[in-house]
Design a protein around this ligand. Structure first.
Ligand SMILES: [Zn+2]
Length: 141
């Protein structure tokens, strides 16, 4: 590789799932940060190989690193907010069919989460089922 590198790129995110890398890239680019996905084809050709090469990587310019990290942390917080059963407080819950990806995606595309498509959750401990935003006590922005 003797490619000329005008900017130093740093890996900001990696995943064995190409869609996760694409989601991270979309989030970064929607915030005006140039993001580059690497090794996506390799990872798609063979997911075992994806693990071996460290997954699909998202890289940004070194100068954007701090901003990009902050942004991804934000996306992650929204995405992986720890949920508890409103009935018994257990964290052992499972999510219904609707993928969080759709919620995040709608947020990125439209600027607002599709709350009416809020995912459903069910508690594995007591069987209580509820919808996103219902009886969770705190609601995130
Ligand atoms: Zn419960």
């Amino acid at each position: 590789m003797t490619k000329k590198e005008p900017d130093t790129l740093v890996t900001i995110f990696s995943s064995t799932q190409a869609w996760e890398a694409r989601l991270a890239q979309a989030a970064l680019e929607s915030a005006g940060i140039d993001a580059f996905v690497e090794d996506e084809n390799l990872a798609q050709a063979n997911w075992l190989y994806a693990g071996a090469i460290g997954g699909v990587k998202v890289r940004v310019r070194a100068e954007d690193e701090a901003r990009a990290e902050e942004l991804l942390a934000e996306v992650r917080r929204a995405h992986q907010h720890t949920r508890r059963c409103p009935a018994c407080g257990s964290e052992d819950i499972r999510r219904g069919k609707l993928p969080a990806l759709l919620l995040v995606g709608s947020y990125l595309l439209l600027g607002v989460p599709l709350l009416f498509l809020a995912p459903r959750y069910q508690c594995r401990q007591c069987g209580h089922a509820w919808k996103e935003g219902e009886g969770e006590g705190s609601k995130e922005e």
